[in-house]
Ligand binder design. Structure first.
Ligand SMILES: Nc1ncnc2c1ncn2[C@@H]1O[C@H](COP(=O)(O)OP(=O)(O)OP(=O)(O)O)[C@@H](O)[C@H]1O
Ligand SMILES: [Mg+2]
Length: 236
């Protein structure tokens, strides 16, 4: 089988002495959507941090486009085309929407205007609110700012930790549609989701993590059809 575009393979590590991740593997193909689900405290965010270089690994490797990036800093990973929207504090609330987008492009030296336009075309409400402090926006709109800011580096891999946290079901569906649109443009998506059932519906690949280990890995469709996965993780 060909190497996936991004793979965090057999990752073991944690924050102090105790390991949180145990031989954990997550991967995503070019232009596809991979979703990580699992109970609270399972290590989903920790796995994302490990892939992004925010957690020292005791074992395992992270490879992007066939290249071993395990030793690279998060900044260097951004320069290689990775973007990460963390679970919390993912926008600058006192800055305007547009300033948030500009901050996202701080590494770029070329004209960022076309990318800002692309973000506004993807999320039209942000164009309307571009002069407002991001802190005044609704939860769903803030998440759009966070995703938009991440897109400002023109990444090839977009990592999202619970992009639909605290938003209504309608806004969640809308956000998922936009995420599908981003993937169709060729950007790989690796995301953690609390709304497991809905997220697995749009997932090319799904990972169920339990206590820092891979419990189930399959296509989103197959996981949704698996009686054991349904009973244990999807509420029947
Ligand atoms: N900065 C940290 N320092 C020490 N331990 C941490 C830290 N962050 C998380 N942990 C621990 O690591 C384990 C996994 O946490 P993590 O945040 O990765 O879980 P999660 O699956 O993302 O959970 P949730 O669904 O609540 O977001 C938990 O036991 C947590 O207490
Ligand atoms: Mg988390």
């Amino acid at each position: 089988m060909a190497e996936p575009f991004l793979i965090g393979e057999n990752m073991t590590g944690g924050y102090g002495k105790a390991d949180i991740l145990h031989d954990c593997t997550v991967a995503v193909e070019k232009g596809r959507i991979a979703v990580i689900v699992g109970p609270n405290g399972a290590g989903k965010s920790t796995a994302m941090k490990a892939v992004f270089g925010m957690l020292p690994l005791r074992a395992g490797t992270v490879r992007l486009n066939g290249e071993d990036i395990t030793a690279l800093s998060p900044q260097d990973r951004v320069a290689r085309g990775m973007a990460f929207v963390p679970q919390n504090q993912n926008i600058f609330t006192s800055l305007t929407v547009e300033e948030n987008l500009e901050m996202g492009a701080f590494l770029r030296r070329d004209d960022i205007r076309p990318t800002i336009e692309e973000v506004y075309n993807l999320f039209p409400i942000l164009r309307e609110k571009r002069r407002q402090p991001a802190g005044e926006l609704s939860g769903g709109q803030r998440q759009q700012v966070a995703v938009g800011r991440a897109l400002m580096t023109r990444p090839s891999l977009l990592m999202l930790d619970e992009p639909t946290a605290g938003v209504s079901p309608i806004v969640m569906d809308e956000l998922f549609d936009r995420i599908i649109e981003v993937a169709r443009s060729g950007i790989s998506i690796l995301m953690v989701e609390q709304n497991a059932r809905q997220a697995l519906e749009i997932a090319d690949r799904g990972y169920v993590l339990v206590q820092g280990s891979n419990a189930y890995t399959d296509t989103g469709k197959a996981l949704l059809a698996d009686p054991e996965v349904r009973r244990t993780f999807l509420g029947g």
